[in-house]
Design a protein around this ligand. Structure first.
Ligand code: ADP
Ligand code: MG
Length: 275
């Protein structure tokens, strides 16, 4: 699909791939994410979606291809260097430090992502203490953006599922990214919580953020995404608007032809579109 002219890509991947032994988890993927939009990456379980994020965020080194972010080649950068360039991510399962306060959890999560090593992150060096005030402010701002500022002093474990998801997003926002990668943000949430979360994502994008999110249920992203990229067996099989992708024969085949993923297409998530 050609990109509309008004939306320059913030991220471009070319022939991107990684294999683990004989398994090509991501294979020859060429795609771009338009700035200021929501791109959903969908595909059946095992399609390579999380691996795609792991490649972009520097957790995995690709075995082929290139990644460009804001015009710069970031293919070989390490995770903390990628974070410093302006890409942040959430994880499919986020470890929330339940006994710490929401604010402290976001501060620690941020530190772990921006330091070269976990040891460095946990060791409170002099510089670290000096950074503490700035880090607290950044974490507070991130909590405001996800609507959790009033809960900053509460133990993270006391929050609802949705609240804990928001903490995970705040951890990522604390590094003030231009591009936010969300891996299955709605996993484990009920329909009402899902609608709330989708509204939050739309608000963040209205505020200037670019978002890419992974989801295996196509119905969830139909009302939210500006464009959808479909992976299947590690390869890109379609890219386009939700309407285009949902009637693409290759996509229908991928979802309905295989196994237990039937029935997830075409049902719009009410409320997801109008945040
Ligand atoms: N570190 C790894 N080592 C070996 N295989 C992996 C690794 N990471 C992912 N894979 C494999 O790559 C494929 C894609 O996985 P993943 O990206 O997690 O799929 P998805 O997120 O789309 O469900 C799976 O077959 C998975 O087992
Ligand atoms: Mg996954």
């Amino acid at each position: 699909m050609p990109e509309p002219e008004h939306s320059a890509p913030i991220l471009e991947v070319q022939d991107l791939g990684i294999h683990f032994g004989g398994l090509h988890a991501v294979r020859d993927v060429t795609a771009s994410l338009p700035a200021g939009q929501i791109t959903a990456i969908i595909g059946p379980n095992g399609a390579g979606k999380s691996t795609f994020f792991n490649l972009i965020s520097g957790f995995y080194q690709p075995t082929s291809g290139r990644i460009r972010f804001e015009g710069e080649d970031i293919t070989r950068l390490k995770t903390h260097q990628v974070v410093a360039r302006g890409i942040a991510r959430t994880f499919q399962t986020t470890t929330i430090y339940k006994e710490l306060s929401v604010l402290e959890g976001v501060m620690i999560g941020h530190r772990v992502r921006t330091r070269a090593g976990l040891f460095d992150a946990l060791l409170r060096t002099g510089r670290e203490r000096h950074d503490e005030a700035g880090s607290r402010l950044g974490a507070m701002r991130a909590l405001e953006r996800v609507g959790l500022a009033p809960q900053a002093g509460r133990p993270a474990g006391a929050l609802t599922q949705e609240g804990q998801k928001r903490v995970g997003i705040a951890m990522a926002l604390a590094s003030d990214p231009a591009l936010l990668l969300l891996d299955e943000p709605a996993a484990g949430m009920n329909p009402e919580e899902t609608v709330n979360l989708m509204s939050l994502i739309r608000e963040l994008v209205t505020g200037g953020l670019t978002v890419a999110l992974v989801e295996h249920k196509m119905s969830l992203v139909m009302g939210l995404a500006d464009q959808i990229l479909v992976l299947h067996h590690g390869q890109k099989i379609a890219q386009g608007t939700p309407a285009e992708v949902s009637r693409d024969p290759a996509v229908i085949e991928a979802y309905l032809g295989g196994h237990a993923h039937g029935g997830q297409m075409g049902q719009r998530t009410e409320g997801g579109a109008h945040a």
